[in-house]
Design a protein. Structure first.
Length: 167
């Protein structure tokens, strides 16, 4: 990255429940890692039960992970990059919360709060999802949600239920 470029630390949530899930998560990280989006580290892998209605639960379990990157991209540019990566890895948009080869969510972008028609950061549902909070806490339990001010560890401690296991 060029000298003088301001880098933001971002956390991306990755998920897959079709095909070779672990290979898909690794491929997503590899494709994202670039001059503008530099990979720093990733959590372990977590297997999680699909959330939602009984109909949505009738699908393969997800493999989830959180990856930390440093980026020079602005939030909407990062969103475009994540969507392009999903498309390159065969993501086809179908039923909301349905099965997918890969899902990449921007969880946190520095301490920024972004609310536009097509992007909300922090991710609007990250505070209520064990499959996001557990791997995020593995990376940085003291990290603070810029909206609530609560740490990831505190948010995770408040979650009830939601089947998950670290692989």
């Amino acid at each position: 990255m060029a000298t003088g470029v301001v880098l933001k630390t971002v956390y991306l949530g990755l998920g897959s429940n079709l095909g070779d899930r672990a290979a898909m998560l690794a491929a997503a990280v590899e494709k994202l890692d670039s001059a503008e989006v530099r990979f720093v580290r990733a959590s372990g892998l977590y297997e999680t039960e699909p959330a939602g209605s009984p109909a949505m639960k009738d699908q393969p379990w997800f493999l989830n992970q959180v990856a930390q990157f440093e980026t020079s991209l602005f939030p909407r540019q990062l969103l475009q990059r994540t969507k392009k990566t999903e498309n390159e890895l065969g993501r086809r948009r179908g039923v909301r919360n349905g099965p997918r080869t890969i899902d990449i969510d921007i969880l946190l972008y520095g301490k920024s709060v972004v609310r536009t028609a097509d992007l909300e950061i922090p991710h609007p549902r990250f505070r209520e999802r064990r499959f996001v909070l557990a791997p995020l806490a593995e990376l940085s339990a003291e990290l603070r949600d810029p909206v609530s001010g609560r740490s990831v560890g505190e948010l995770l401690a408040g979650i009830q239920g939601q089947a998950i296991r670290r692989l």
